[in-house]
Design a protein around this ligand. Sequence first.
Ligand code: ADP
Length: 187
Amino acid sequence: MRLLIMGPPGAGKGTQAVGLAKLLGGAHISTGDIFRANVSQQTELGQAAQRYMDAGEYVPDEITNAMVKDRLAQEDARDAFILDGYPRTVDQVSTLDGILESLGTKLDGVIELVVDPEELIQRLLKRAETSGRADDTEEVIRHRQEVYTNETSPLIEIYGGRGLLIEVDGMGDADEVGRRIVDALPR
Ligand code: ADP
């Protein structure tokens, strides 16, 4: 199965994507994780991405798109993957369409995790106490929510229009949310 998981920062995409990739046997592809690994290893890609990430801005599409194209071409992503944190802009949607077309595949579904805005801020502030992430300060957290609303929420409508959207209630504990996702998956 080839899936996307979407939702605002703090919705629990990463947690659910790891569980789903295990269950379905596909590659878990998190653009945030790939960027963070590159930042910590001080690669060229990391150096290009870091200042955007620290400010809670999106990394420019040309950088992100090229990275995802490479990643999706790898063997472990051939039959199944769960993309986490990509696409995040309308331009990235078109790029992904092109990548999948060139690979001769298509998406089976787009999971949207729905969580109350105030709950999101609380979760991220709590994560900030332990994550050590430079973008987990209250100001940057609020900014990331705004960027999501402006740049990424329009994607919900795009995938909804294609009949791919699977809305899942993301409130409550992670195991319960995981069960809701599995129940909602296309079969
Ligand atoms: P969160 O979901 O908590 O906002 P992620 O771990 O998915 O965080 O991403 C962290 C940061 O990495 C983002 O704020 C952004 O700067 C960068 N990033 C991740 N994915 C993308 C993407 N698809 N396009 C542009 N920037 C991205």
